[in-house]
Design a protein around this ligand. Structure first.
Ligand code: BGC
Ligand code: CA
Length: 350
């Protein structure tokens, strides 16, 4: 009996020791368990879907390296109200860092309040909140790209093409008749890309005549519809289409095909992003050029930052501007170098 009691006490003692040890081991690593909640504005956005795919790859690599990372993804169908609810659910479900692609980049207050109350850092991406909102709390970050650079590069690509191919000025009046297709009106990339592409062409001595400008909200089908109207008005007078993204450049091309124009009456088209479809179209010489929006780089920067803000050792990447911002550079893409981008190596493998 006595022996049994001693044995039982011994077992309890061992279990307690094990339990204590286990707690001791678990506490630092539990801090490093990363539950990332990703919320993005619309599941039908081509670039965002490709960027989110890159982010998933990054997460899988972290898992392969032995990190404890989970990710939950929500898309908001273009409604800020829906996104606010989704962010609340993600926090309630235990996410300890959020990556948020706002629906309305001027309306992040509810998300910021929720995150601050629950002490969950937020990495905004692609749709940049205004500076005052970014200053609301120290644990707010932004990962994206410099809109101005993409506009300048698109203008440079168009300039180079016009200089090298005199046929682009089809009516030989010394001016380039052009149309702009724009993304969503309030988006940081819309106004800045348009302005800088046009200014760059002018600064390079290209004489321009603006025929029309259409808003197509980054969307290929909307761009096609808008472009059909514009073509009906201007027929074969359009020599250049500057689109704020590849999907809209491809939508403009779709419009010419739908209206059965012969290729000799097509303008030249320039996009931005280097989506899979955009790069294929550059390879096939359907688009004259695009500007690569480095989704691999952005996804890698977001994943790295997410890990850093959750681990409490306080080290942060040197890449942060003003302790908050990471802007990845764009690159120009033409038929000459498109293969480098089509075979884009996984950003995290270097
Ligand atoms: C991309 C667009 C995309 C938009 C969404 C832009 O940076 O170029 O293709 O639709 O972001 O926010
Ligand atoms: Ca002309």
């Amino acid at each position: 009996m006595r022996v049994k009691r001693i044995k039982a006490a011994g077992i309890i003692f061992c279990i307690s020791i094990l339990f204590l040890c286990d707690c001791g081991i678990q506490s630092p690593s539990s801090v490093d368990k990363i539950h990332i909640g990703v919320a993005y504005y619309n599941q039908s956005d081509t670039f965002l879907n490709e960027l989110v795919d890159c982010f998933k790859e990054q997460i899988n690599e972290l898992k392969d390296d032995g990190s404890s990372v989970t990710m939950t993804l929500r898309a908001a169908s273009g409604s800020q109200r829906t996104q606010d609810d989704q962010v609340k659910e993600l926090i309630d479900a235990g996410c300890n860092v959020l990556c948020v692609n706002l629906v309305d980049r001027t309306d992040p207050s509810e998300i910021i309040d929720l995150a601050r109350e629950n002490n969950v850092p937020v990495i905004f991406f692609n749709r940049e909140p205004v500076t005052e909102d970014m200053m609301q709390w120290e644990n707010l970050y932004y990962v994206g790209a410099d809109a101005k650079q993409s506009g300048v590069m698109q203008g440079e690509l168009a300039t180079e093409a016009i200089h090298a191919n005199h046929w682009i000025d089809r009516n030989k009046d010394g001016k380039i008749q052009y149309v702009v297709l724009e993304g969503e009106p309030g988006h940081q990339d819309t106004i800045i890309r348009t302005e800088n592409a046009v200014d760059t062409l002018k600064n390079n001595g290209i004489e321009l005549e603006k025929l029309s400008c259409g808003i197509a909200n980054w969307n290929r089908a909307q761009a096609q519809n808008r472009m059909v109207q514009i073509i009906n008005q201007y027929q074969n007078k359009i020599e250049l289409v500057l689109a704020n993204n590849d999907d809209m450049a491809l939508g403009a091309l779709d419009a010419y095909k739908k209206l059965n124009f012969t290729e000799t009456d097509f303008p030249v088209f320039f996009g931005i992003d280097g989506t899979n479809a955009g790069l294929e179209a550059v390879l096939d010489k359907k688009l004259s050029g695009t500007v690569y929006n480095d989704k691999e780089g952005q996804a890698a920067a977001m994943a790295k930052l997410a890990v850093e803000v959750v681990s409490k050792d306080g080290t942060k990447t040197d890449a942060l501007d003003n302790d908050k911002y990471i802007y990845l550079p764009y690159s120009k893409v033409t038929t000459d170098n498109v293969n480098n981008f089509l075979n884009e190596p996984d950003a995290s493998s270097d």
